[in-house]
Design a protein around this ligand. Structure first.
Ligand SMILES: [Mn+2]
Length: 193
């Protein structure tokens, strides 16, 4: 099922259409090729079908675009996964990319974010500022009501570390959304989240 979300501010205009039970088909245009590549990596590994179009004030810098894209994708995930009924809710991944290894653990429950060691030595990936990566994950977690923990276990190549983060998050989300017919409501001792 597709959910659509639109957000228009003075700084950005973003449209997203998302099917969290897709096959990994992506059409992403944020105006920054490196960020498109990272969002494609996340979506492929999450098996999301996603169509995302963003127009932003990139002449200022890429900060507003990344922040608002995280809000819109987070909102879309929340809308698509609703009360988290019938799914296992938690997911994790330890994902390698060449010399880099990243661990992600998440729970589709409450908004919380923590990370260890996700730092980059270079300032820019093309036109993308590396300082936006951690805030992207934080904003995505808070807006989708996800508890998200990320940790870099190994890695010295910034591209590999970054891409491993996005792929690991995708893997863990895919796992958390696996449906299990034995789970009839939200998986919680309280019965609701
Ligand atoms: Mn790459």
């Amino acid at each position: 099922m597709n959910v659509c979300f639109e957000r228009k501010t003075k700084e950005t205009e973003i449209f997203v259409s998302l099917d969290v039970y897709g096959t990994g088909r992506t059409k992403i245009d944020t105006g920054i090729p490196f960020f498109d590549h990272m969002l494609e990596s996340l979506s492929r590994f999450a098996l999301f079908d996603i169509d995302l179009k963003c127009r932003a004030d990139l002449e200022v810098e890429d900060h507003h675009m990344v922040e608002d894209t995280a809000i819109v994708i987070g909102d879309a995930i929340l809308k698509a996964t609703g009360e988290r009924k019938g799914v296992f809710r938690t997911g994790y991944a330890i994902l390698p990319m060449d010399e880099a290894v990243v661990m992600v653990a998440l729970d589709l429950s409450r908004p919380y974010f923590q990370q260890r060691g996700i730092v980059f030595s270079k300032e820019k990936f093309g036109a993308f500022s590396s300082e936006n990566i951690v805030p992207f994950f934080e904003s995505l977690a808070l807006n989708s009501r996800m508890t998200l923990y990320m940790k870099k276990l190994e890695g010295c190549n910034d591209h590999h570390v970054s891409e491993a983060c996005f792929k690991a998050l995708g893997c863990a989300i895919r796992m958390a959304l696996v449906k299990d017919e034995r789970i009839t409501c939200a998986l919680s001792v309280k019965g609701v989240l």
